[in-house]
Write a protein that binds this ligand. Structure first.
Ligand SMILES: Nc1ncnc2c1ncn2[C@@H]1O[C@H](COP(=O)(O)OP(=O)(O)O)[C@@H](O)[C@H]1O
Ligand SMILES: [Mg+2]
Length: 446
């Protein structure tokens, strides 16, 4: 590099010296020198012009043949361009491979900007959601997938759990949508066909609901006969008397089990849901207290700290069964009596219904499993207390319907606290105007 500069400067100086000599010989030194400078300037400008034209019109072709410093400039730029073209080609190839593989994916993949406007999608996504290129590019995804659940899921950014929706484009197809945020909160959305899984799940739900329903009638008949037998128990042999008591207890349990299974089925199916309304928390507690009075022994002390004017928005029946399950559990699992404290606390952020007992408590390793169906910490104890293992599964479902969360704190030997955390828009202290009480389908405070 240095050499070429030296050569260029030296040859220019040599030309200058030659001009001086010629100028002196012909007695026109200034004129010859001016001619030489103008000639040099012209040559430089011509090279610059050639360079510019080459860049503009034929940057891809080989550069024009030039020697000296300009030849070096042409070669360096040409080499740089070639290198850049090569890496661009490589990048395009990699990009094409990624695009081809995502296009071939059975799962739908959609890229949307941070506002949810569609930028790119693969063929499967187009098939599942009925997206069309190029008309739908730039459209908000919520305009295309017109489903209230999806709207809530997307606008409230509930991306923690996947969402199952009906396909807006394919009749009878169910889709699971999963969204991840990347870069500047842009959306990467995966869509999967879960029709088979959905149908299987539906079959399971229908089977449980139908079987439970069908078991109701025979059980009522058996219970009827058992009650008659119990009336004449005195005239029966001793061994039979014990059997009848046992059978009555077990049929009670079976009835409870069927009731719980049916309730769970109802909670699982979105149909036939009771309308949401505002309820006084203290009213709910009082009716539960009346209903559980028979199972309370003298040893249990139930205290309540529920402000008179606290209100909760939801389904009365569902909230009743959730809260009564928690209170009944507190009584059942505090066999030696003890204090049971039922309370309601509300703040600007949420409303919390808590049931605190000083009973047996639960080992930490069991706590995450408590809301599983049929899960009981101690199976033997469960049968004795008449438990079905479905109570907390019911609580979990009810809370899900009410946008609430269950928190369990417990220490073996010291008791447990089960708290239901409701969002602020479902809770209120003070009077609710009559109009709000009457409002049905939607939460007026939403
Ligand atoms: N307050 C509590 N104290 C101790 N253990 C509890 C309490 N509540 C629930 N459990 C445990 O969780 C299990 C599941 O509760 P649940 O679903 O209501 O079923 P169950 O019909 O047995 O009451 C119970 O079997 C019990 O082992
Ligand atoms: Mg229970």
């Amino acid at each position: 590099m240095k050499n070429i500069w030296r050569k260029t400067i030296l040859s220019w100086l040599a030309g200058l010296a030659a001009c001086v000599v010629i100028g002196l010989i012909i007695g026109q030194l200034l004129g010859v020198l001016l001619l030489y400078v103008l000639g040099s300037l012209y040559w430089q400008l011509y090279q610059l012009y050639q360079f510019h034209s080459w860049l503009r019109y034929s940057g891809k072709a080989a550069p024009p043949e030039t020697s000296g410093i300009w030849g070096e400039v042409f070669d360096s730029v040409y080499r740089l361009q070639k290198k850049q073209r090569k890496s661009k080609r490589k990048m395009r190839q990699a990009l094409n491979r990624i695009e081809n593989s995502t296009t071939a994916l059975k799962e739908g993949v959609i890229m949307a900007d941070n506002e949810g406007n569609l930028e790119w999608w693969n063929n499967s996504a187009a098939h599942f959601l009925g997206l069309m290129r190029p008309v739908d590019r730039g459209q908000a995804i919520t305009n295309i997938v017109r489903n209230p659940d999806f709207y809530r899921y997307f606008t409230q950014k509930r991306f923690g759990e996947p969402l199952t929706i009906k396909s807006p484009a394919k009749e009878g197809v169910y889709l699971e949508v999963q969204t991840t945020l990347y870069d500047k909160n842009d959306h990467l959305i995966f869509v999967r066909d879960v029709t088979r899984l959905h149908l299987l799940e539906q079959m399971r739900k229908d089977f449980v609901a139908n079987a439970s329903h069908e078991l109701k009638t025979p059980l009522t008949v058996i219970k009827g006969y058992l009650e008659t037998l119990e009336m004449f128990a005195d005239s029966l042999p001793k061994s039979m008397q014990k059997g009848i008591v046992n059978m009555s207890e077990q049929s009670e349990r079976m009835e409870q089990l069927i009731e719980d299974l049916l309730l769970l089925s109802r909670l699982e199916s979105d149909e036939k849901r009771e309308e949401n309304q505002w309820h006084k928390v203290s009213d709910l507690f009082e009716s539960i207290q009346k209903a559980i009075a028979p199972i309370l022994t003298d040893k249990h002390i139930v205290t309540a700290h529920i402000p008179e004017n606290s209100r909760l928005y939801g389904s009365y029946k569902e909230l009743y069964s959730a809260f009564s399950n928690l209170i009944v559990n507190a009584v059942k699992y505090s066999p030696d009596g003890g204090n049971i404290d039922v309370s309601w606390e509300s703040s600007d952020l949420n409303g919390v219904f808590s049931v605190k007992d000083s009973g047996l408590g639960i080992e930490p390793r069991y706590i995450p499993r408590l809301t599983e169906r049929f899960f009981r910490v101690d199976k033997g104890r469960g049968s004795k207390t008449g438990g079905t293992g479905l109570g907390l599964a019911i609580v979990k479902h009810v809370l899900l319907h009410h946008d609430a969360k269950l928190q369990i704190r417990s220490q073996p030997g010291f008791g447990s606290t089960f708290s239901c955390h409701f969002p602020a828009n479902r809770t209120r202290s003070g009077d609710i105007p009559e109009t709000l009480f009457k409002s049905r389908d939607t939460n007026p405070l939403d």
